[in-house]
Write a protein that binds this ligand. Sequence first.
Ligand SMILES: Nc1nc2c(c(=O)[nH]1)N[C@H]1C(S)=C(S)[C@@H](COP(=O)(O)O)O[C@H]1N2
Ligand SMILES: [Mo]
Length: 353
Amino acid sequence: MGRFSLPPRLVDWTLFALVCFEVASGLLSLTLGRPEHRYLFYVHGIAGFTLVVLLFWKLRRVRGRITQFSKWDRTTPVSILAAFVACAALVTGTMWVFGYHERVGYWEFLTLHMAFGVALVPLVLSHLSARYRPPRREDFEGRRTLLTYLALGVVGGLAWRAQSAINRLLDTPGSDRRFTGSREQGSFAGNAFPTASWVADDPGPVDPDDWSLTVGGATARDLDIAYADLTPADRERSTLDCTGGWYSVQDWTGVRVGDLLDEVEPTDEARYVRFQSVTGYRWSLPLEEAHDALLATHVGEEPISHGHGFPLRVVTPGRRGFQWVKWVVSVEIREKYDYGQWVVIFTSGFTDS
Ligand SMILES: Nc1nc2c(c(=O)[nH]1)N[C@H]1C(S)=C(S)[C@@H](COP(=O)(O)O)O[C@H]1N2
Ligand SMILES: [Mo]
């Protein structure tokens, strides 16, 4: 250990940089779910283990300032809270990775991990503003600093590898998670997989006789399709991966969005296809990608249940669950990106029904 060390200021700044990276990569990962995105999840895990080492160094250094009450100042409580929340984020994340699947109320440990991670941001900023010491040039000088950074990277990587090896060896429930961290739930069992709403969406059952699907916008013509006139002729095996920590593989049957687009003929300016729910919840896909999406009426051999979005829900391979809009009533072809959707996915259930 003696050969590796960092000046205290660098430990602190490196911790800060890692926390920023973890929060940013963690938030970004919520929007990613294609296999080629897996590296972001890997790096997030490796950086997390590196953070454990640095946090240990730091807490060892400052422990006297915490345990001796006479050394406390105005900002010490916030600093302690920041350390506590950082440890909580690391512990909950690690427990999830090792397959700990007890819930705290409605929440999986993965969700707690995210909550602690986000809560850490204001705490770390406040801690930083109270104890700001800019790094100096000489902090970075010397081979020892470079070697220490290399060693930190190696230790993080090895710990991360060891984690997956131990999981496999002990065959924990954590060993068959997807690279997104999600665990399998109710695949190929019709409607018997979990339902999820992002925030407050909870509409009453949709009566198919009162329902129709409108397709229009930046198109040559518009459509209004009654439930009885839907022709669910396409089948697709696809994985719904919810950011709440589970995934489910299903065979979906429905209407290919590309077929609807061919009928309405998007204009040359058309760029996005926006799917909107009876609740107002909405999400858009780039026009090209939307061709491959499905508006599903069936899952397995069963009509989609109310909870899963009857009569029609989006199935869009490679996208995270929150983009699979349920209870779809409109498909709108648009020229511009819809920034508002990022707000509406949080608020829709409060503003409607
Ligand atoms: N209208 C609407 N669609 C929605 C949601 C929602 O809250 N409202 N939640 C999304 C989320 S977060 C997920 S993970 C999937 C879950 O689909 P399921 O309930 O069929 O499992 O639906 C998505 N579609
Ligand atoms: Mo979700």
